[in-house]
Design a protein. Sequence first.
Length: 264
Amino acid sequence: PSAVAVLTAAGSGARLGLGYPKALAQLAACSLVGHAASRLCASGEITQIVVTAPREHLEAVTHALDETPGLTVPWRVVEGGPSRQASVAAGLAALVETMSPSVPYDVVLVHDAARPLASPDLVRRVVAAVRAGAGAVVPGLSVTDTVKTVGPVSPSGAEGEGDSTGSVTGSPEPSLEQVTGTVDRTPLRAVQTPQGFRWDLLLRAHAAGHDRAHDEATAATDDSSLVEALGEPVFVVAGEAGALKITTTHDLAVAQVLVSSSAD
Ligand code: C5P
């Protein structure tokens, strides 16, 4: 049996504002997608990688991977879809095409190019947990911020209660939201990728997710939620701070610091 990976890189990266896909952003002379793919390879666990790319950037993503050192397993680039969920489904379909009956896949990882520094150790931890019997595994970190729920400012909430400085009177700024509660953070986990699954379970989860006819706005933002929707258990292994998700230029600057101080 072999473990294979879908690496999603078909997002636009609009919030990074580069004018080209985030996966092609450079981090210490390598693209984000290259960093993610080479760490998957360095785990020694993955035998094949399918990368999803935007249609108009298939060649650029292929070129970026051609330039990446350390890609020691077969990889190819396929066209993604309008949502992350659709892109993963396209990656899975490509893997189905190449599966040989003599070497079936037992584990599939789904990883985001947006988390370029997820370590080979983390990859191994996720694969090992799936092989130990957990059908679906996500890396998770405790939440350190205090988390609030918010809603629109209610008319009565805008009044203020006779603030002695007199600085909060009348209507608040239109941009304000009003806190409606404080969440107990003890049971919260911020989950990362790579997420790992028994091959047949993820196929079933995506088929059911597709049948629910998601559009872009309601598509799942990770794969484990599709497994949860089947009523199947999902397990958490320790995540890592270094597997941060690159969304903004601030995140890219943090990753730059991390990559220049890391050994791998
Ligand atoms: O946009 P966001 O950073 O949440 O995307 C998470 C991951 O999903 C990224 O690696 C992105 O390239 C990928 N993605 C995709 N297809 C889409 C949207 C996002 O492969 N349609």
